[in-house]
Design a protein around this ligand. Structure first.
Ligand code: NAP
Length: 295
């Protein structure tokens, strides 16, 4: 029988710690940490993500602000907004919600974010620091994957971890973080992608299987070894007339047949998703402490 790697419970525990810290700072007369978000356009999923980030910020006592821009905003206008947030001393960290409209070069936008406020951990400076093992803002979703494994004391040292997907925001940094010579890491990592041959042969060797492939229910029972730890990063909205919202959320793993083979499983929803937001809060707290020279 598998056990749940419960992202909701883990996020509540971490948020409680953050909220306690915020209370201690404000009791001393300090301002609370401030997380801002830039939202361009009216993509439904992006709006939901940003609303969730706002809600979580308020739960821990952070100040939260959202800067909204229309879908036809120019790259120049957006770069000006970033410059403004980079220089605003009342803002500790901010994110630019992706994806951006076609007329805007995403990498140019990411490059413009001050590494000191890059709480999504997307800038080349923070990624470089992460790879070198230096102090860095770690990318939020990969950091969330590590947090949930750590929260449940999942043994990682010497384990074979197979990461399915090599995107810059999930697969590649997860592979990096879990292979580092640090507590909660030290895995032997195999990074798989669309050119990988005999994929099921490789995924079946995983003690820990991290799936971030962006394909609904791609991973099936024949691809997973008995007793594996399974982390499903995937999020997909699929139409479901039985739901009030008209859709339900599924992952990159066919949980109905895979979970029973595993020792630990992240559910979808309620697995990695809540931890991604918590990582942003942790990074914002880190930025705040750095700003005020707090150890
Ligand atoms: P992505 O940019 O689309 O990357 C997908 C990766 O999977 C690519 O590296 C691709 O290989 C690989 N891939 C695609 N088809 C494959 C196949 N048939 N066999 C082997 N590898 C294959 O996706 P992403 O942004 O990393 O997101 C992955 C999933 O996580 C999505 O479902 C997304 O919605 C979800 N997500 C969740 C959170 C969260 O907070 N929980 C955050 C971010 C993303 P190539 O590189 O060769 O193309």
């Amino acid at each position: 029988m598998f056990q749940l790697l419960d992202g909701k419970q883990t996020s509540i525990a971490i948020k409680d710690q953050i909220a306690n810290e915020v209370r201690a700072f404000t009791a001393k007369g300090m301002r609370p940490p401030h997380l801002a978000a830039i939202l361009v356009g009216d993509d439904g999923a992006s709006q939901t993500y940003v609303a969730n980030k706002e809600k979580s910020s308020h739960e821990v006592g952070f100040t939260s602000s959202v800067y909204r821009y229309s879908a036809n905003t120019s790259e120049e206008e957006l770069l000006k907004a970033i410059e403004f947030l980079n220089n605003d001393d009342d803002i500790d960290g901010f994110i630019v919600q992706l994806p951006l409209p076609k007329q805007i070069d995403e990498q140019k936008v990411i490059d413009a974010i001050s590494p000191n406020k890059d709480v999504d951990g997307f800038t080349p400076i923070n990624i470089g620091r992460m790879v070198l093992g230096e102090d860095a803002f770690l990318p939020a979703t990969p950091m969330g994957v590590c947090s949930i494994l750590e929260h449940y004391n999942i043994e990682t040292e010497g384990k074979h971890c197979v990461v399915l997907g090599r995107s810059n925001i999930v697969g590649t940094p997860v592979a990096n973080l879990l292979s580092r010579n640090k507590k909660g890491a030290n895995c032997t990592v195999t990074l798989c992608h669309s050119r990988t041959k005999n994929l099921p042969d490789i995924t079946r060797q995983a003690d820990i299987l991290i799936v971030a492939i962006g394909k609904p229910e791609f991973v099936t029972a024949d691809m997973v070894k008995d007793g594996a730890v399974l982390v499903d990063v995937g999020i997909h909205r699929i139409p479901d007339a039985t739901k009030k919202s008209g859709y339900r959320i599924i992952g990159d793993v066919k949980h109905s047949e895979v979970d029973a083979k595993c020792s630990w499983v992240t559910p979808v929803p309620g697995g990695v998703g809540p931890l991604t937001i918590v990582s942003l809060l942790q990074n914002t707290m880190k930025a705040y402490k750095k700003r005020f020279g707090i150890k």
